[in-house]
Ligand binder design. Structure first.
Ligand code: CA
Length: 225
């Protein structure tokens, strides 16, 4: 799931970026309406989080322009404007939900999940990944192996999602660090191995058919045989 945050307060933008990334979302961010519009119109985001008080243009105008140009991603308005009139206006002018600042990250995440769940069934279907009897629900952030629900941390979920998206292809440690942690680590770090170890103990625990396989000296692959 990929999100776009348009917020000019860089402290809040950074807070959102970190919080959402930790919750397993991919996050793009913009600090003004013009660059936000350019990103939104790429059509690659599952939801948009838009502040109203932007330096170059009002957030409501940004939402209207995106809608007019065909963007269908649900919009969560995040604003310091608290009056009922402002909130109603936001919802009438294309916002799907409205959260006032200051906000709790937990509430924002809950509202976001609702928005993503409500968006089209087709999108919900594409929000599932399946490999053999392993199934990931990317909206609910739930993973099942057969009937067993896997209790994964958000990092483990992100790692498993990455392996599933590349099922049958070998991914190297560097690729995993790049995509899942989005950081440069000392290449000697064992963070990937440690997470794979934990993930394997959950995914392949007592399974007849282990899915996570090690390719010695190269990396890992998720496959059925
Ligand atoms: Ca602002």
């Amino acid at each position: 799931m990929r999100l776009l945050v348009v917020e000019d307060d860089l402290e809040i933008q950074d807070f959102l970026r970190r919080g959402l990334t930790e919750a397993g979302y991919e996050v793009d961010a913009a600090a003004d309406a013009a660059s936000g519009e350019n990103l939104a119109l790429e059509g690659i985001h599952d939801a948009l989080i838009i502040d109203l008080g932007l330096p170059d243009r009002d957030g409501l105008e940004l939402i209207a322009r995106c809608r007019a140009q065909g963007s269908q991603a649900p919009v969560l308005i995040l604003s310091a404007r608290r009056s009922v009139d402002e909130r109603v206006r936001g919802l009438e002018q294309g916002g799907d939900d409205y959260l006032t600042k200051p906000f709790a990250l937990a509430e924002l995440l809950a509202r976001l999940r609702n928005l993503l769940r409500r968006s089209s069934p087709a999108q919900q279907e594409s929000a599932r990944l399946r490999v053999a009897d392993l199934e990931l629900d990317l909206v609910r952030r739930e993973a099942h192996r057969g009937k067993r629900e896997l209790q994964l941390t958000s990092q483990e979920f992100a790692l498993l999602e990455y392996l599933c998206r590349n099922a049958g292809r070998v991914v190297t440690r560097t690729m995993i660090l790049d995509h899942v942690w989005r950081m440069r680590f000392d290449p000697a770090t064992n963070v990937v191995d440690v997470h794979i170890y934990r993930l394997r103990s959950k995914v392949d625990h007592e399974a007849k058919q282990p899915l996570i396989q090690t390719i010695r000296g190269v990396g890992y692959v998720l496959k059925t045989s």
